[in-house]
Design a protein. Structure first.
Lengths: 146, 243
């Protein structure tokens, strides 16, 4: 955890990094469970607090991946599905959920924006995977029959 | 370089982004020795920077003498934030973040990624979170935003192939001699943001390069790699981005 913050500090100072992607919270903190006096929820809360502070102090955007708690795969995720206490969603400026809708043979994906501190706009953005480019697109591509 | 100075005066643009930049510099070189030059009265306030103040004949010395160290971060009065608030109201577009260019609908909702903020992304296992983030980092890299990846899940070598996703894939129908020109136009128009293109992209040398090594790839700076894949019908030009 401290190693991560240290590396971030260095990158911001030396390379003028403006955006940090951390993938993901659970793996990062499961690496150091030496301190048995905290349970994993406490550790997670502390980590989120540190990242929040880092983003504000160093003026960088941090995108943090947090796994959902185990739930029925068919059901959609909501803001309370995020693993751990409510700390993560309280501290975040933006909360996005990548929903995957596999019901009835459909394979649709969309980004569900559940929190937006900037101007409050919520909503969703469909994601269509384009195999050709290996990227997501928000409008479906119509492929003509050859 | 600046270690030997006890007092450093910072005079940056008199607007939101300028003041933000001044704060950032001050943080890097030491808050307590940085003196911020700020407008003294309404007349100064119309000047964007030191150059404008000089042109308008304002007493620069007085302004520099009045420069103050940044205030304690926990103490603030409305006077201090008035200009920031006003600027934000008058220029809302300057406060939106870096857009995710490949997903305009997402950009519409969250208005881009702003500095100093924290985003939480979640989703079921295998839903494509990492893929999405790879695409996001490519979008940001293309807009000259420095991105740092902290990955604790997959090996670094694996990650670099993930983030080596094709940043664009376009196809040009292979029609005789028009081909080389079409590819040239495609590359130069897609890569204008890179700045100076390597000499190989000059129209005359490109044709000989292309005909000598049609199935080829080569580096563009240290960030991009171009790939040509040719089939009988089409030519695909891929541009790979390495972060």
């Amino acid at each position: 955890m401290e190693d991560v913050l240290d590396a971030m500090e260095y990158a911001v100072y030396v390379s003028d990094v403006e955006h940090i992607i951390l993938d993901n919270l659970q793996f990062m903190i499961s690496r150091n469970t030496l301190n048995k006096s905290f349970d994993k929820f406490d550790i997670q809360d502390i980590a989120i607090e540190k990242f929040r502070k880092f983003a504000t102090d160093r003026n960088v955007h941090i995108t943090l991946v947090v796994h959902p708690r185990k739930e029925d795969e068919a059901s959609k995720l909501s803001i309370s599905s995020i693993y751990g206490s409510a700390k993560a969603t309280q501290e975040a400026d933006t909360v996005m959920i990548l929903q995957s809708d596999n019901a009835a043979g459909r394979h649709r994906k969309y980004l569900d924006i559940k929190k937006n501190r900037f101007d409050g706009t919520l909503g969703y953005c469909p994601l269509h995977f384009d195999r050709m480019s290996g990227r997501y697109d928000d409008t479906p591509k119509i492929v003509p029959n050859q | 370089m600046l270690e030997r100075f006890q007092k450093i005066y910072l005079w940056m643009d008199n607007d939101g982004p300028g003041q933000e930049g001044a704060k950032q510099f001050a943080q890097k070189i030491g808050l307590n020795r940085c003196y911020m030059v700020q407008p003294l009265d309404a007349q100064d306030n119309t000047c964007k920077d030191a150059n404008e103040a000089l042109l308008k004949g304002i007493d620069l010395e007085a302004m520099i003498r009045a420069a103050k160290v940044t205030k304690h971060e926990n103490v603030m009065d409305f006077e201090a934030i008035r200009s920031d608030v006003l600027h934000e109201i008058l220029h809302p577009d300057k406060y939106t973040g870096v857009p995710m260019t490949s997903l305009p609908m997402l950009t519409d909702i969250i208005k881009g990624f702003r500095r100093g903020e924290l985003t939480i992304l979640t989703g079921p296992t295998g839903s494509g979170k990492t893929t999405f983030l790879g695409q996001l980092s490519l979008d940001l890299a293309e807009q000259d935003v420095n991105v740092m990846w902290g990955s604790f899940e997959i090996k670094n070598s694996k990650l670099s192939t993930v983030s080596n996703m094709f940043s664009m894939a376009k196809e040009v129908p292979a029609v005789g001699g028009v081909l080389v020109n079409a590819i040239h136009t495609l590359i130069t128009s897609s890569l204008t943001h890179i700045g100076a293109l390597p000499s190989i992209f000059q129209p005359d040398s490109f044709e000989s390069f292309f005909s000598s090594s049609p199935e080829s790839h080569f580096r563009l700076g240290n960030r991009m790699l171009l790939l040509f894949c040719i089939s009988s019908q089409t030519v695909s030009v891929y541009c790979q981005c390495t972060l």
